[in-house]
Design a protein around this ligand. Structure first.
Ligand code: SF4
Length: 402
């Protein structure tokens, strides 16, 4: 039985994708490793069925060792691509989105725009702050799955001025039709929120986009209030793992400097001050026991935030590069739970326009895994109404203020 689009997305994250030498990727988005390294795969879009009229975006792992052993193989060429499952010869039509022409353009500081930001799905991703400070610790305190310290500088500009960012946002908005830019920056001591706030103001005032920020939590919560006042639309907190021992082992810097409770209290503070559904908690599935991942999802939704769940990817160059990827059936269980947990808390997931994230299974995509019950249809009707009602609000928030 063929997998549906969300199931295929999960299995691609677990197995990766082989790209034979004779398959041309001409015109497709290049494979590059920026930010934490999660987006170091091949960007593709899977049709989710004619009734849904949408595509599911996946950044499929292609360069990692496990991907070379994948049962999935890309076939075809620029006119029509397919993914073939060599276990049973099932074929899935996919689309390889083209590389935006603005990638090669220069900012007024003569920096190629792809070194400022890249598309990851339908949104623009920018690592805006200086390199995460955990990479400068001795011994290193970086999260073991992360490669930020190897990417910022070699693969992307280490300094991105506000002007660089504004110009790149403009190009991505005008030419790629983006609605959302995500700014992240790891751990910056107590200066991360202060540093990023003028970037948020400039994008809101001069470009007019929805803006998300993801930084390690800070103890002075008034800085979140200032960021919200500056117009930020989304805040996310990377808790990564719930089990304290796994957290300390995989994220030594976060465990030593922040502790898990700070992530939850900062998240709760922002949930109280932002519209329902504007805050998220990010975790990684496939490292700690699944029961802990399910518990983490419920902790996040219980606060009133939505869960963003990354399937563990042993990225090339990371300390965990030789670790195994998680099994499909466990990840399917996790993603089913994402849907059930969001539904239990009536989280309006998927309400924002045109935000398809290729690095994770988006919470609204997990609807494809859910049983069709009365509760399912009631929640889907609610989500539809929430999306329609939020339309004018988001349009207003995407209007440049200056
Ligand atoms: S906080 Fe951890 S995951 Fe985030 S950039 Fe720093 S080392 Fe990487």
């Amino acid at each position: 039985m063929p997998l549906n689009a969300c199931e295929l997305e999960i299995d691609l994250f677990c197995h990766g994708l082989r790209v034979p030498d004779d398959v041309s990727l001409a015109g497709a988005r290049g494979v590059s490793r920026t930010r934490a390294g999660l987006g170091s795969g091949l960007e593709l879009a899977i049709p989710a069925g004619s009734r849904l009229k949408r595509e599911i975006w996946v950044n499929a792992p292609v360069v990692e060792r496990f991907a070379t052993l994948s049962p999935y193989r890309l076939s075809g060429g620029p006119d029509r691509y397919e993914i073939v499952d060599d276990r049973d010869a099932t074929r899935y039509a996919v689309r390889l989105p083209p590389e935006p022409t603005w990638y090669a353009r220069l900012t007024s500081r003569e920096i190629p725009m792809h070194r400022i930001g890249v598309l990851q799905g339908t949104y623009l991703a920018i690592y805006a702050n200086p390199t995460c400070a955990f990479w400068n610790y001795s011994p290193p305190a970086n999260c073991k799955f992360c490669t930020t310290g190897q990417n910022v500088g070699p693969n992307e500009a280490s300094v991105k001025t506000i002007q660089d960012v504004v110009e790149t946002c403009w190009a991505a908005k005008e030419e790629s039709g983006i609605t959302f830019v995500h700014l992240n920056g790891g751990f910056q001591g107590s200066k991360g929120l202060e540093f990023i706030t003028p970037y948020v103001k400039a994008i809101k005032n001069q470009v007019g986009l929805l803006v998300g920020v993801q930084l390690a939590p800070e103890r002075d919560f008034t800085r979140y209030d200032a960021l919200i006042a500056a117009g930020v639309d989304h805040l996310s907190f990377c808790i990564e793992l719930l089990d304290p021992e796994w957290f300390a082992r995989i994220c030594p810097g976060k465990a030593r400097v922040h502790g898990q409770s700070l992530y939850f209290s900062a998240m709760a503070h922002c949930v109280r001050r932002m519209p329902y559904g504007a805050v998220s908690g990010e975790i990684i599935a496939g490292i700690e026991p699944v029961a802990k991942t399910l518990e983490a999802i419920d902790r996040i939704t219980g606060i009133g935030a939505f869960p963003t769940v990354c399937i563990f990817r042993p990225t090339v160059g990371a300390d965990m590069e030789d670790w195994p990827t998680p099994p499909y059936h466990e990840m399917r269980t996790v993603m089913e739970h994402v849907y059930a947990s969001c539904r239990r808390h009536w989280l309006p997931v998927g309400a924002a326009p045109n935000i398809e994230v290729s690095l994770v299974v988006n919470p609204d995509e997990t609807a494809l895994l859910a049983e069709r019950t009365i509760g399912f249809w009631a929640y889907e009707a609610y989500r539809r109404i929430a999306r329609l009602a939020a339309g004018p609000v988001f349009r207003r928030r995407m209007f440049p203020a200056a």
